[in-house]
Design a protein around this ligand. Structure first.
Ligand SMILES: O=C(O)CCC(=O)C(=O)O
Ligand SMILES: [Fe+2]
Length: 324
């Protein structure tokens, strides 16, 4: 059966009811879907990948100068996620940009330039800044459309839509996977609301299903969207935050760029009391803000114990080095 399974495609231009029904069944069963007619021009996708390639091609010294740290909202990550299954380090390297200060409040996010106000140190690549500002704006807008579809799919009222996601917190992360067959990204779930993944044409992404690992290969003109932990928590498990990984099947370099979206940074995310026509089995639990959940996951991801990861820090940590 596995051979013929594939995650569904949501057409963003389809009638609302159809779009909602596809999204709903996709997130319920897989936690993933392809999105087509997403509105982002192919030329911009190409331009963004050219920018990513140029950044990763910088000499290691130059990249080290750009190493991500908590006083910046941009920076290079020399990998290395730990795969939960094998205990081995993965091979990806990343370059991230964030909207609103990873450790600060997002007070005045500019929807036309979501990176405005971020503390950014741009890499010495001509055109990079302009391309990435545009990319972030367009993907930010796409995330808002996807949120509409998500909210339609659970029948959310207007006030609650506004409360949860009028100024979402996002992180853009460009990724480069080394040309080896080693695990590119270890098994993990994403932390936020929705992730939009734009990949080149090299396969590698796999999602964990009841029947094992299912490849989610690139499809022309489609992006890949998945639900993160916040959506799983908020829908009490109705929509899944599925584990996934990147396992290259060829010795080709692979590039992908993710938009990790969250609900608004300061909003208290509380589990839904009800979803029409759904019998929610997971009990209600207290809410947590995006900022607190993010800080908790970040702390946990650097190997700290849960009791060391008590949420609430809204200001940049003083001194110390980032291990993100
Ligand atoms: O590159 C990919 O296809 C997936 C990346 C990913 O899952 C992540 O960075 O969270
Ligand atoms: Fe992921």
């Amino acid at each position: 059966e596995t051979l013929f399974q594939t995650v569904p495609t949501v057409d963003l231009t389809a009638p609302v009811a159809e779009r909602g029904a596809t999204l709903r069944s996709a997130l319920q069963r897989w936690g993933f879907f392809y999105v087509k007619n997403h509105g982002v021009a192919t030329a911009l996708v190409d331009e963004q990948f050219a920018a990513a390639k140029a950044v990763f091609a910088l000499p290691t010294e130059a990249k080290r100068d750009l190493t991500f740290e908590p006083t910046l909202d941009i920076g290079w990550l020399a990998s290395q996620g730990l795969d939960e299954d094998s205990g081995k380090l993965d091979t990806k390297e990343g370059f991230l940009l964030s909207t609103n200060g990873l450790f600060r409040r997002n007070v005045s996010l500019d929807l036309q330039d979501p990176l405005r106000g971020s503390r950014l140190k741009w890499p010495p690549v001509p055109g990079y800044e302009a391309t990435m500002r545009r990319w972030t704006r367009e993907l930010y807008a796409l995330n808002q459309k996807l949120n509409e579809a998500l909210f339609d799919a659970v029948g959310l009222d207007a006030a609650e839509r506004h409360r949860l996601a009028s100024r979402p917190f996002v992180i853009v992360k460009q990724l480069r996977y080394a040309p080896t067959r080693d695990l590119g990204a270890g098994a993990h779930a994403d932390w936020g609301s929705l992730t939009v993944l734009v990949t080149d044409d090299v396969p590698g992404l796999e999602i964990l299903t009841e029947d094992g690992w299912l490849p989610v290969p690139p499809r022309p003109d489609c992006f890949i969207v998945n639900a993160g932990d916040q959506v799983d928590f908020w829908t009490r498990g109705f929509f899944k935050s599925s584990n996934h990984r990147v396992r290259p099947t060829s010795h080709q370099v692979r590039f992908s760029t993710a938009l990790f979206a969250y609900f608004d940074y300061d909003v208290l995310v509380t589990p839904l009391a009800e979803i029409p026509e759904v019998n929610l089995s997971r009990p209600l639990s207290p809410g947590i803000t995006t900022g607190d959940y993010f800080a908790f996951k970040l702390c946990e991801s650097v190997g700290k114990a849960p009791e060391e990861c008590r949420p609430s820090v809204q200001d940049a940590p003083q001194g110390g080095s980032a291990e993100l």
